[in-house]
Design a protein around this ligand. Structure first.
Ligand SMILES: Cc1cc2nc3c(=O)[nH]c(=O)nc-3n(C[C@H](O)[C@H](O)[C@H](O)COP(=O)(O)OP(=O)(O)OC[C@H]3O[C@@H](n4cnc5c(N)ncnc54)[C@H](O)[C@@H]3O)c2cc1C
Length: 473
């Protein structure tokens, strides 16, 4: 696969589709190719696609897919370009990256409150348009630069997911271009198996051009909580984490509350967002379970203000800008959560390690709630039973071996301490070090996905290192 004798034939084919349209495509080796076209997010992962194409219509995508097919080259859509392993650029060399930047259609049906949204939108743009057209909202993650295309198709978890479910739970219908180049609709009543696979595993099944998504009225009042502790030693923070984890694991925890615990070099931060008034927050009982001393404070916000607040906080740790980093992640069922002694050991282990960077952090984020309401096999997303994730990041210029060992070591420590936990992780938090990645990402849904792949993409055209492969005959 990839570059070689077929590359020039691929180029000719794509140039034929471009038909002299400026800014349509660039090819490996062209000037400023990486900076202006590939635009990798993780600068520690070098990927050189054979071509980056910026189509304007679904028909363009159809023809580009036929070019890739004819030249035996892999394909990946690229929407917001925020994959931890640059999967939008193919994840390994020689693919065709289909950049969805021109797919910016947006409309709102004010009878159903279903929004039709082009796959090139980023989350921040979606929020502004939903707000402008009826004060509507949907669940998604905290970074405004993440693309709807890669987010709504892999999961899409954010502070409001305990209340409204994941971003993909909002999808009603999509337009998708499949491996045979056909432009199709997929929904609960059209191409149902494809629709099932696209909600959680789309990068291996097609290029979605637009989403039809259900929306909610924006919550009128939002309370945001933040508690910062700068103790310097993680072991001292461990009891605080234990208390926070117990709150997050409580099956009765009010669904209007989403929260993260962030470990960073100087200590830890707890952030929480409650979608309701301050009075409702007080009545929920949650404040009593959160640390209340002078290190904490509350902010009252409206919907857009709350989104901006979350994005600003997140940007302190994980920038929307490209950087070199290593990351790992893991998902926890209730029974996988560590007890207080093991937490203390884990946090002490962190204290004892050389990090090789001052830019490292580990985020624990709460899940459960409305995400758990949906059956494990209702969509390809397989983490309905998870109540928490951890994601770690070590950033460096470059990322040194010491940093890589720290991040990998933390992961091993968690796994060892949790014993016989049934592991896996959310594929949106790519963890390329996992053994048998596909099984860990899609768990019991994997066999069905492999069969659906045989039907819709038997030659494995839509491919990155983590995508579902066709079932073997
Ligand atoms: C700073 C940052 C913050 C994040 N925060 C969160 C968070 O709070 N919650 C959360 O759940 N996740 C979060 N993520 C993870 C993020 O959701 C995933 O990385 C997501 O896949 C990125 O989508 P993208 O379109 O920006 O990326 P891209 O690199 O463009 O695409 C990622 C993958 O999705 C596929 N894809 C993209 N568009 C389409 C399409 N139109 N059709 C089919 N497949 C497509 C690509 O082929 C590729 O395999 C975060 C990531 C970053 C970098």
């Amino acid at each position: 696969m990839g570059q070689g004798p077929s590359t020039s034939a691929l180029q000719q084919c794509i140039e034929g589709v471009a038909n002299n349209r400026a800014g349509f495509a660039a090819f490996a080796g062209s000037p400023l190719y990486q900076i202006q076209w590939v635009k990798p997010y993780n600068l520690d992962v070098l990927v050189e696609p054979a071509a980056v194409v910026r189509p304007q219509t679904a028909q363009d995508i159809s023809e580009i897919i036929k070019c890739a097919n004819a030249n035996n080259v892999k394909v990946q859509a690229k929407s917001g370009g925020h994959s931890y392993q640059n999967y939008g650029a193919g994840g390994s060399d020689g693919a065709v990256a289909i950049d969805m930047v021109n797919f910016q259609k947006f409309s709102m049906d004010t009878k159903t409150w279903h929004a039709t949204i082009g796959a090139g939108h980023r989350l921040g743009e979606v929020d502004k348009k939903l707000h402008a057209q009826g004060g509507r909202a949907m669940a998604h993650g905290v970074c405004p630069g993440v693309g709807l295309g890669g987010h709504a198709t892999i999961g899409g978890l954010g502070p409001m997911s305990r209340m409204w479910g994941s971003c993909l739970d909002h999808i009603v219908e999509v337009e998708v271009v499949t491996a045979d180049g056909k432009i199709q609709r997929a929904s609960a009543t059209q191409n149902e198996d494809l629709f099932w696979a696209l909600r959680g595993s789309a990068s291996g099944f097609g290029v979605i051009t637009e989403f039809v998504m259900r929306t909610h009225p924006e919550p009128a009042n939002i309370v945001q909580y933040e508690y910062t502790i700068k103790l310097g030693k993680q072991a001292d923070v461990a009891p605080l984490y234990s208390k926070w984890q117990a709150l997050m694991a409580d099956p009765k925890l009010d669904r209007r509350f989403g929260s993260m615990f962030i470990m960073f070099p100087l200590g830890a931060i707890i952030t929480g967002t409650f979608y309701g008034s301050q009075e409702e927050f007080s009545k929920s009982g949650i404040p009593n379970a959160l640390p209340q001393d002078g290190n904490g404070h509350l902010v009252l916000n409206d919907w857009l203000g709350a989104l901006a607040h979350d994005a600003e906080k997140e940007a302190l740790y994980l920038s929307g800008l490209a950087m070199p980093f290593i990351s790992r992640s893991l998902a926890f069922k209730r029974q996988d959560l560590l007890g207080p002694e093991k937490i203390k050991d884990l946090f002490s282990w962190v204290d004892a390690q050389e990090k090789g960077t001052l830019l490292w952090f580990i985020i624990f984020d709460a899940a459960g709630g409305a995400i758990e309401d949906v059956a494990q096999n209702a969509t390809a997303f397989a983490h309905r039973d998870k109540v928490m994730y951890y994601q770690s990041y070590g950033i460096g210029l470059p990322v040194t071996k010491t940093t890589k060992d720290f991040v990998a070591g933390f992961h091993d420590q968690v796994v060892q301490k949790a014993g016989a936990g049934t592991w896996g992780t959310y594929p949106g938090y790519v963890n390329k070090a996992l053994v048998n990645q596909q099984k860990q990402y899609w768990d019991s849904n994997l066999p069905a996905l492999e069969q659906i792949k045989v039907r819709w993409d038997p030659k494995d055209l839509f491919h990155n290192p983590g995508t579902v492969r066709p079932a073997k005959k």
